[in-house]
Design a protein around this ligand. Structure first.
Ligand code: AKB
Length: 322
């Protein structure tokens, strides 16, 4: 496969791993990573990298003219906690960034666009368990409002402007290769680092706050599968519900304690608790399963083992029971 692919917001948690996967499939030189900041991660030295502030339309045009990509993955966004702290920037970046990409998709005849939505599109009025694809959506965070508006824009650009845009509502993403930043679900990554480094995690959510989560290999699989599926199989052009597992801080603590019995979590909820309280406990992803064959591989125990095995060498830990 020799077509060019542009990843915008490539240095974030998902982008870093997605660039690695895309370069394996399409070749290093065909995957153009771009971000407003540089990253030291080795994957970015293996192929082209361009500095891009997605709010700069001229720079986006320059890059599209240079590489003529057939696919664009637009990942640049402020996540829930950061967008609450910087609402104006959160709104501008999340909305104007998406408009710039969708308009460019029309002008440059980009074949396919990927844009991530989130469980943050749901709100206090949404059914909290097994949240269906279509239901009350009343997000009460800037991030969630921007994602819901973005979903409507994606569907509009598909229907009215013919842009083949595809999207997933990600739960919290957990991985060991790249760090998250600014999210409410980020505790579920740092808890593994703390378990290996200090044996104690200071959790910013309450012990029983259940949230939907997804392990990074499953997130990559879902993202590539929806982008590789024939267009006629993509029946939902706003964004698909996607589920992997659901757990609370107390449950992930217990899962880690199977391997590190002395590990403990202390609970000091902060402003992120209110955000988590407005989100579902679990998600019904029937449509994704039906339309393009989605099925996750990892549950909490399988993910915990994999996270600890992969992170242990970084902290010089040996885990006898793994
Ligand atoms: C966040 O916590 O803001 C993100 C998300 C669920 O979209 N991980």
């Amino acid at each position: 496969m020799s077509e060019n692919i542009l990843v915008i917001g490539a240095c974030g948690q998902l982008g870093t791993e997605l660039v690695e996967s895309l370069r394996t499939i399409y070749g290093d030189s065909n995957v153009i990573a771009s971000d407003i900041r540089q990253s030291e991660h080795a994957v970015f030295k293996q192929g082209p990298f361009e500095n891009l502030d997605i709010l700069d339309k001229n720079r986006l045009s320059e890059i599209l003219t240079k590489y003529q990509p057939k696919q664009v993955y637009h990942l640049a966004a402020l996540l829930s906690a950061t967008a609450e702290a910087k609402p104006k920037l959160g709104w501008t970046l999340n909305m104007d960034g998406l408009f710039n990409v969708l308009d460019a998709a029309v002008d440059f005849k980009i074949g396919k666009v990927y844009w991530p939505s989130s469980i943050a599109v749901f709100g206090p009025g949404t059914p909290i368990n097994h949240t269906p694809q279509n239901c009350v959506m009343d997000p009460n965070t800037i991030y969630g409002i921007s994602k819901l508006a973005g979903e409507r824009y994606c569907e509009y650009y598909f229907q009215k402007r013919g842009v083949d845009v595809r999207s997933l509502r990600y739960p919290g993403l957990i991985g060991h290769k790249s760090d998250p930043g600014g999210g409410t679900t980020d505790y579920a990554v740092s808890i593994y680092h703390d378990a290996l480094q200090t044996g104690v995690h200071n959790c910013f959510l309450k012990d029983n706050t259940e949230l939907p989560m997804l392990y990074m290999p499953d997130a990559l699989k879902a993202t590539l599968d929806i982008m590789h599926a024939p267009a006629e199989q993509i029946k939902i052009r706003s964004s698909y519900n996607l589920a992997g597992m659901s757990f609370s801080p107390a449950e992930i603590t217990a899962a880690i304690q199977q391997y590190i019995p002395n590990f403990k979590t202390e609970y000091n909820p902060d402003s992120r608790q209110a955000i988590a309280d407005s989100w579902p406990n679990s998600i019904d992803d029937t449509e994704a399963r039906k339309d393009w064959g989605w099925k996750p591989d990892f549950d909490l125990d399988k993910m915990t083992k994999d996270m600890l095995v992969n992170l242990a060498p970084r902290y010089g830990s040996t885990l006898p029971s793994l």
